[in-house]
Every structure is written in structure tokens, then in C-alpha cells.
Design a protein around this ligand. Structure first.
Ligand code: GLV
Length: 321
């Protein structure tokens, strides 16, 4: 009876129902069965000797993490489309492939961008808070007026899968779309959207949605100076943390340069800058872009597919790069 031991796998967070269990047939897995992330020391200890790890954006995967895991680590499967928690170069240097979960969260995230866009332009957060506070109110011609979308130009910063899905939804709102991306898309993929240089896009976008991935090149791309290029009274929706400088955004709201803003996730989660919390015109969501039952199931399954593919001797299904 000389059976090979099953490869040890660490799952750093409770996943959607039924997902982690798929590892059971071919792996010996340990699950951090919690909705809160592991502490750093706990994570470094838990990853020791693993063949594979399923991580979330809260788990920093750097040289220290890889050293802690040891030479047997064969894949880091991130349960996210973003990989900014991972030092990709350090993983590549050690020959450890990294996977992410692209595609399966596109629709949910684009829907959330629109939910936030609508909430910000139509002042839904303010209205809700007003009612819940018990303040007196009455319908009035000038009560909580918002920005109308039909005919209003929509700018999209980052025209990847999610940006394109946001653009498709814009058609139903009769909004002409412009975008900025490092490289212009092939015309058939643009579907009528117009590529503009970054500064021009900002200047021509009364409503701007930010969907580009966070990289060294995009960190704080929208600083105070660039936010100031938006038209007076613009509405900014941020779907990727770290691109928009949060204090600068709060200052632009405070000074009245922006009409409203919406932010789905934050640079130093779970911290939310006090300046943003203080803004009535900021719609703030606790990182809900991909938070639907169907999408979280799909993300979990894709992370598991990546692990199983590599442990079976293949390449990851969706390798990040
Ligand atoms: C969410 O923020 C993700 O990158 O999946």
C-alpha cells in the first residue's frame, strides 16, 4: 500500500458553496473557513509546503510568501480578475504560474458600475439617508435633482472586458461613448465608441467610469490634476481601487468640482477614507463589483479549475500575465 499522498492545497477564504469541495477527490486541502482574511503570520505559516494556493486580493503574494511556501508550490490561483496583490515577477522568477478569474465576472461588474452610476447621478444614497433619518420631506420641483443620462457623453477609462460591457449597456441609455485604453481597440470591437487620449477623454466626460486594471502604470493615474480636467459637475465612478487618488477625489467633491462620485473598492481596504465617508455626494460600496451568487460560484470554480489543471500536470486554464 504505497499510495502517493494527495497534493496539499491551501484555500485562504471561504468560497461559494460546493466549490472548495471539488478539490477533495484529488487534493488534501485546508480551508480558512471564514469571510475575513487570514493574518499575515497565519498565512505565511499556513502556506508552508503547499502545492497550490487559492488566494484573494487581501493576500499579498510576494517573495516572502513564496519563500514561506517553499519550492513545492506549483500555482497561485487568485480568486479575482485583478492580480495587484501578487508580485508576478517574483512568481515568474520561481517558475510558479499565477491564474486569475477573467471573463466570469464581467457582466456582474459592469452591472454594478451602472448601479453606482445611476445611484450617483440620481442621488439615491442621499435620498435613502434622508428618509431613514426621519427628516421631513415633500416632493418638490427642486428636491434632490440629479444628472440626466440620455444624450450625456460617457467616458470609459479602461476598455477591457468590463469596460466594453459597460459600453454595451450605455446604448440602452442613449449615451455616446468615448474611451481611453493603452491601445486602441480594433474598430469592430469598439462598437461605435471613440478612442481618445487620456487628457481629452477626461475633458470630454461629464460621466466617467474607471475600469482599468491596477498596475504600476495606472496607480493614481487620476490624481488631483487629472480629476480637475473633468468638466465642471462631472460624475466619476471608480470600479478599480488605486487608480483614483481617494483624498483628491474627496477634495474635488468637497470643493463642488464634481457633482457626485461612486467608489466600489478602496486602496487600503477595509479602510475607507474619512474624507469620502463625510461626502453626501459619494456613493460608497464595500467591494461588491462581482458579488452575485452566480458570479462568485463561477469565480470559485475557475480558481479550482486552475488548481486542478496544474496539479494534473497541465497549464492553468486562465493564466494571468
Ligand atoms: C475584484 O476586485 C477583482 O479583481 O476580481
Amino acid at each position: 500500500m504505497n499510495e502517493k499522498p494527495l497534493p496539499p492545497v491551501l484555500v485562504t477564504r471561504r468560497l461559494a458553496p460546493g466549490v472548495t469541495e471539488r478539490l477533495a477527490a484529488s487534493c488534501a486541502f485546508d480551508l480558512h473557513d471564514d469571510d475575513l482574511p487570514m493574518g499575515r503570520a497565519e498565512l505565511l505559516k499556513a502556506v508552508r509546503g503547499r502545492s497550490a494556493v487559492i488566494t484573494t486580493l487581501d493576500d499579498v503574494v510576494d517573495g516572502e510568501f513564496l519563500d514561506a511556501a517553499g519550492p513545492g508550490l506549483r500555482i497561485v490561483a487568485n480568486h479575482a480578475v485583478g492580480t495587484h496583490n501578487i508580485d508576478l515577477a517574483a512568481c515568474a522568477a520561481r517558475g510558479v504560474p499565477v491564474s486569475n478569474t477573467p471573463g466570469v465576472l464581467t457582466a456582474a461588474t459592469a452591472d454594478m458600475a451602472w448601479a453606482l452610476l445611476l445611484a450617483a447621478t440620481r442621488r439615491l444614497g442621499e435620498g435613502e439617508r434622508w428618509l431613514r433619518s426621519g427628516r421631513p420631506w415633500a416632493w418638490a420641483p427642486n428636491f434632490l435633482l440629479g444628472v440626466e443620462l440620455a444624450g450625456t457623453p460617457l467616458g470609459i477609462l479602461g476598455m477591457g472586458r468590463i469596460g466594453q460591457a459597460v459600453a454595451r449597456r450605455a446604448r440602452a441609455f442613449d449615451m455616446p461613448v468615448s474611451y481611453h485604453n493603452r491601445t486602441r481597440l480594433p474598430e469592430e470591437q469598439e462598437q461605435g465608441a471613440r478612442w481618445l487620449p487620456l487628457e481629452e477623454l477626461l475633458a470630454q466626460s461629464p460621466v466617467l467610469v474607471v475600469t482599468c486594471p491596477l498596475t504600476a502604470a495606472t496607480r493614481h493615474l487620476l490624481d488631483a490634476e487629472r480629476i480637475a480636467l473633468l468638466p465642471a459637475g462631472a460624475v466619476l465612478v471608480s470600479m478599480t481601487a488605486g487608480i483614483v487618488d481617494e483624498p483628491a477625489l474627496a477634495a474635488a467633491l468637497d470643493g463642488g468640482a464634481l457633482f457626485a462620485a461612486a467608489v466600489d473598492n478602496f486602496e487600503h481596504e477595509p479602510a475607507v477614507p474619512a474624507q469620502l465617508l463625510a461626502q453626501e455626494r459619494a456613493v460608497l460600496a464595500p467591494h461588491l463589483g462581482s458579488a452575485t451568487v452566480r458570479t462568485r460560484q463561477a469565480m470559485g470554480n475557475l480558481a479550482v479549475d486552475n488548481v486542478l489543471a496544474v496539479l494534473a500536470g497541465g497549464r492553468p486554464v486562465t493564466e494571468a500575465g
